[in-house]
Ligand binder design. Sequence first.
Ligand SMILES: Nc1ncnc2c1ncn2[C@@H]1O[C@H](COP(=O)(O)OP(=O)(O)OP(=O)(O)O)[C@@H](O)[C@H]1O
Length: 574
Amino acid sequence: MTDIAVSASGLLKTFSEHGLLGWADVHPALHLCFLYGESDERVRLAAALAVRALRSGSLCIEIASAPQTAAQWERLDGAASDEAAPAVPAQDWPEPNGWLAALEASPIVTVGDGTDGPVRPLRLAHGLLYLERYWRDQEAVRSRILERLLASDAPLGVVPEVSSGDPRAAQQDAALRLALTSGLTIIAGGPGTGKTQVIARIVRAFTAGHAPALVALAAPTGKAAARMTESLRAEGLDASASTLHRLLGWKAGSRTRFKHDPTNPLPHDVVIVDELSMVSMTLMARLLSALKPGARLVLVGDPDQLASVEAGAVLADLTQASRLAQVVVPLRHNFRFSGDIQSLATAIRDSDADAAIAVLTDSEAVRLVAPNDATDVLRERCVDAGSRLFEAAARGDDQLALTMLDRHRLLCAHRRGPFGVQAWSRTVTTWLTEDLPGYGQGGEFYIGRPLLMTRNASDVGLFNGDTGVVLDTGGSPEAVFATGSGPRRFSPYVLDGLTSVHAMTIHKSQGSQFKQVSVVLPPVGSPLLTRELLYTAVTRASDSVLIVGTEDAIRAAIARPAARTSGLRPRLDA
Ligand SMILES: Nc1ncnc2c1ncn2[C@@H]1O[C@H](COP(=O)(O)OP(=O)(O)OP(=O)(O)O)[C@@H](O)[C@H]1O
């Protein structure tokens, strides 16, 4: 039980005891209600649930369906993070009509879409309850997206012959044409559908001729930016992508305030953002508000992937809004692989569980192994990859070590519990120490230790999610990381927030690609087991995927799209 459950009373106590609310939800709710003199416990509960919803990726909570939403949350008491919270008995939930009436009458709630009255901490609009700040972010995104939809300026740059003549590339051509003529272009495609190739064509078109446009390339994480730079180089374009935080001028100590804003807009004529599925509503609002008037925005991503860890599934909202259909270009043809990984990913995306099981039963490249039979094969994969990484690191070869680091990755849905990253990381470390002579010796930063950065250190150019490995340099250990400007060495002792990455959450793996992926699926009943989770895990691999789990878990994942509540899509179409 969390601490607050002891000090909370009434409904808040009941909900805390069921593992649905934690201190981080209850404390702000009590604080706000105290400040505004609100004593109705139904309002306190709604405020705490709105905070809790944010922490599970939703921008708001629909009051009428709150019990169903809450039933899908991960429980917070830590004991069994792979289980859904036991349902709060129906009689403990406030009756919805009375609950809505209490919220409408509350001094801490603004009702409706208006912005005239005094600012209050909560907003109830169209049956959805938001923290005001997030409602404002959503509204800022809505209004600025609709503004761009109306802006169709004269083409910038040199409009090239945009037909490649290849019928498989017709959508790529359409994306290029749109980017050259529209204030907003959204390119939606899975792995290998040519998103990078289109980005390269767009950059070339905008920068050719006598008056080249100033183009910014960005991605939400350092790793994704590094990959974007690398993939564009492979397409023959020498351009460098940065993180969105760096592009916007991140200010230390603030998550939401940037140097570039409406009073100091970005100088770029064109801004292209990749991996948009990882961008939250708040970051999207800041990006849109930092563009100069007339700047073109090209948003690129895979809407079938997991959404950002922070609240708001912006890309999914944008691609599903009917009003935006004219600026959304879906890329469907996969140029990279036509093999079993592709068939499995397509089956998952199309919710065809039978087809997914058929691929998994009949393939070498994608395999399903029951948890009880998985130890030997997992050990073999982890030790094989670990030994190659160890050897490359011992040679002090930066590039080879980074290649080996991305050769195999063990992915888990959870952080804690028997199916989580922490437990699996320990197991893999034990296997490596037992099987590789000399492994793990030499202190905290032993040679071959795979590292994950868990916070942003923009002063040194490393970001949350970046990965690296400790090298033998003959002297004190150094770690090499893949960055947007190529491999770079750091002393691991001066980096705050480093951890081992013998296993990684599927969420953290977004924006990365590995030759081989092994996935430990959570059991049926885990609130994290969703279609997007499985799709994201499978599409991280280029050569092979081993899934540790049951057929039932595969079917359960495919049957369950991730529940994310946001009011953006209906507001765009209103
Ligand atoms: N129109 C095309 N004709 C031939 N090959 C293509 C075409 N478009 C893309 N490709 C090739 O297909 C592969 C995948 O393309 P690309 O890297 O652009 O896809 P992507 O959508 O960016 O993939 P990911 O999301 O995995 O990075 C590349 O090798 C690229 O050269």
